[in-house]
Design a binder for this molecule. Sequence first.
Ligand SMILES: Nc1ncnc2c1ncn2[C@@H]1O[C@H](COP(=O)(O)OP(=O)(O)OP(=O)(O)O)[C@@H](O)[C@H]1O
Ligand SMILES: [Mg+2]
Length: 223
Amino acid sequence: MLEISHVAKEYPSPRGPLTVLSGVSLALKRGDSAAIMGPSGAGKSTLLYIAGGLEPPTAGVVTLDGTNPYQLAEKQLAAFRNQKIGFIFQDHCLLPQCSVLENVLIPTLVAHDAADAPRRARELLDQVGLADRLDHRPAELSGGEKQRVALARALIRRPHLLLCDEPTGNLDEASAERVADLLMELHAGQQTMLIVVTHSAALAARFPLRYELRHANLNPAGA
Ligand SMILES: Nc1ncnc2c1ncn2[C@@H]1O[C@H](COP(=O)(O)OP(=O)(O)OP(=O)(O)O)[C@@H](O)[C@H]1O
Ligand SMILES: [Mg+2]
């Protein structure tokens, strides 16, 4: 279960504090999936970072499976994120010097239960249609292929929470739809909690829960 309660976020700026989020609440349980839309600069990525244990809120509380990540020491927090959370970043963040297979295996390097990781990595890469690209470097992949590697990497540790920041941004319509299909399929199969930030109304429409972030507030879309 993910609970985001009354979260606020301010960034300091030379002209005084910049309020990006104010009193944002969101709760998801196992199997839930939500889309978050909103204008550029509204704070969508910031909210995902806060949900993912990557950026402490200025006020409010985040708990995932009963633990507040921001109360953990740095080392425990890193382990918690690694074990519980899969993140697909807006710019996918693949390591350029590593192969496709190595990129997917990165989250398992710090885990102690990773004996079957190479097998699972190959299985996931097969599921995302990249079984014949294992040895490619990111520079040798198309945009959609990179997004699919990022998806496989986010799922390798069977996260409870999968956070995707515009997973189909920068893709043509057909590739975006393929990545979205995969995302929905993998989410349904693994019963994770899923939050997707997107500018695509078509992608958002596929989610049972839809929110809009605007003026630092999160509201049901269309409300
Ligand atoms: N580290 C930071 N320090 C100061 N201001 C920041 C920082 N990160 C983000 N901001 C500001 O916070 C606001 C929200 O940024 P955020 O990246 O969350 O927007 P977004 O909704 O994801 O936008 P986009 O759709 O363009 O990705 C922006 O105005 C941005 O300039
Ligand atoms: Mg963003």
